[in-house]
Design a protein around this ligand. Structure first.
Ligand SMILES: [Zn+2]
Ligand SMILES: [Zn+2]
Length: 193
C-alpha cells in the first residue's frame, strides 16, 4: 500500500488556542506492523481515540491506540495474541511555507554541525502538512516499541522436545530419546529446519 492511511485532516479544528476536537478512528487497512513473530495483521483494526487541541505553535494530538497483535510462541509455536493499549502525545507545528518544512525536516549538508541534544530536540518536532497531521510515526512507535520481541503463549511455556518436536507439556515425564536410537537418526537435522 503506497497511500499513508494515517494522515488525519484537522480541517474541523478552529485555529484558536484552547479549541479541541475528539475523534474515534478505526484503521482497517494498513501494512503489517510488527515483527515476524508478532505483528498487527494488515486487516486487523487499529482503534484510535484521539483529541486534537489548538495550541500557540500548532496542534497537539493526544491519543490512545488499541489493537491486537498475533503471532506465535517463541518456544512452542502455538498461536499467541497480544493486546496493544498505548497512549501517545505529539505536537505538530504549523508551517508557514511548505518549502521551509521540507528543508527543516530533511536538513541539508550546508547546515552547521549541531550537538546531539539539538538533533534530538529537532527529531521530536513534527510538522503539519497543510491541514494534515501524519499519525503514522506515533502510531507505529506506540505499537512496535511496545510489542514483546519474544512472545510466549505462557510465561512458563516448556517449548518443544528438540528431538521429536512434540510439546513437552504433551509428553510423558519419562520422555527421552536415546542417542543411539536408530528410528530418530535420520530426523536429527530435519527438526532444526
Ligand atoms: Zn508456548
Ligand atoms: Zn522427543
Amino acid at each position: 500500500m503506497s497511500k499513508n492511511p494515517f494522515l488525519f485532516n484537522t480541517h474541523d479544528l478552529p485555529r484558536r488556542p484552547g479549541e479541541m476536537r475528539e475523534y474515534e478512528l478505526t484503521f482497517e487497512e494498513h501494512e503489517v506492523l510488527g515483527f515476524d513473530v508478532l505483528a498487527i495483521a494488515k486487516d486487523e483494526p487499529i482503534d484510535i481515540d484521539i483529541r486534537i487541541e489548538s495550541v500557540a505553535e500548532g496542534i497537539l494530538a493526544t491519543a490512545r491506540v488499541q489493537t491486537e497483535a498475533s503471532g506465535e510462541c517463541g518456544r512452542c509455536l502455538d498461536p499467541v495474541f497480544y493486546e496493544v493499549d498505548q497512549n501517545f502525545q505529539e505536537l505538530y507545528e504549523y508551517v508557514e511555507d511548505p518549502r521551509q518544512a521540507r528543508k527543516k525536516n530533511k536538513p541539508g549538508k550546508h547546515r552547521p554541525q549541531k550537538s546531539e541534544d539539538e538533533d534530538l530536540d529537532e527529531d521530536l518536532v513534527r510538522q503539519m502538512e497543510g491541514e494534515l497531521i501524519d499519525l503514522d510515526g506515533p502510531i507505529r512507535d506506540a505499537i512496535i516499541l511496545n510489542l514483546p520481541i519474544n512472545p510466549l503463549c505462557a510465561p512458563d511455556c516448556l517449548g518443544l522436545c528438540p528431538d521429536c518436536g512434540v510439546k513437552w507439556s504433551e509428553l510423558p515425564e519419562s520422555h527421552e530419546h536415546a542417542p543411539s536410537d536408530i528410528r530418530w537418526a535420520g530426523l536429527e537435522n530435519w527438526t532444526n529446519l
